[in-house]
Ligand binder design. Structure first.
Ligand code: 13P
Length: 249
């Protein structure tokens, strides 16, 4: 298996700055055997308040790091928001956009998400764009309809070069934090379909939703799955990197 694997950890609202430093103290040792493996790209996405600590740890280990959200305006009267220049100052070059928790808990619309994707691309930052259906949408046979709306809205008006720069993450809402991952066939079906819809065979597409060591090999071996966006299992260096070692077995 020669494809490159993207192993990205979304810490969600976990990990203070002190906990982030502690994570990297341990991660540095665990990551040593993988450091020169060109088949693996690790990324970690922390809350805003831990980004400086994350930057320090991630740079030392040579892994990608980023934020979990951003606002599309550069500055101004937007109480509580964080801008792209603020993230750039920390050295952030990847940002998760459109995570289902942003869509469903905080009411982010396709329009808002599309503006964020465009603003990031304009700033030379890689958006990690998330999309996926709820259980209700899947059970009512609307999975592909919903995702088509989500994806088309995010890439509308972008050039093919811009579309190619986005990292896509299929995250079925019913598989997130539930311990119940999509089957590898379900995930492959959607990722293959997404690649065709996006219209670029080379785009990077991750799967997210209860990925852990025990299901890593099955999921990551699928042809159209380029890696994983990991929540719970990314909070400990051991369980996070185990996903890659299990894939390689
Ligand atoms: P879990 O791995 O905890 O299911 O979370 C997935 C996720 O939402 C990553 O963005």
């Amino acid at each position: 298996m020669s494809k490159k694997i993207y192993l990205y950890g979304n810490w969600k609202m976990n990990m203070t700055a002190a906990e982030t430093r502690k994570f990297f103290d341990e991660f540095a040792g665990c990551y040593e055997p993988f450091k020169n493996d060109s088949g693996l790209e690790v990324g970690v996405f922390s809350p805003f308040t831990s980004l400086w600590a994350l930057a320090e740890g991630a740079k030392k280990c040579g892994v990608v790091f980023g934020a979990q959200n951003v606002y599309y305006e550069a500055k101004g009267a937007f109480t509580g928001e964080v801008s792209i220049p603020m993230l750039k100052e920390i050295g952030v070059d990847h940002v998760i956009i459109g995570h289902s928790e942003r869509r469903h808990i905080f009411g982010e619309s396709d329009e808002l998400i599309a503006k964020k994707v465009k603003a990031l691309l304009d700033a030379g930052i890689t958006p990690v764009f998330c999309y996926g259906e709820t259980l209700e949408e899947r059970e009512s046979g609307n999975t592909f309809k919903v995702m088509e709306r989500q994806i088309k809205s995010a890439i509308a008006g972008l050039t093919p070069e811009e579309v190619a720069k986005i990292i896509y993450a299929y995250e079925p809402v019913w598989a997130i934090g539930t311990g119940k991952s999509a089957t590898s066939e379900q995930a492959q079906e959607v990722c293959e379909w997404s690649r065709k819809l996006i219209g670029d065979p080379k785009v990077v597409i991750l799967y997210g939703g209860s990925v852990k060591g025990s299901n890593a090999k099955e999921l990551l071996s699928m042809k159209d799955i380029d890696g994983a966006l990991v929540g719970g299992a990314s909070l400990k260096p051991g369980s996070f990197l185990e996903i890659y070692s299990e894939f390689k077995k």
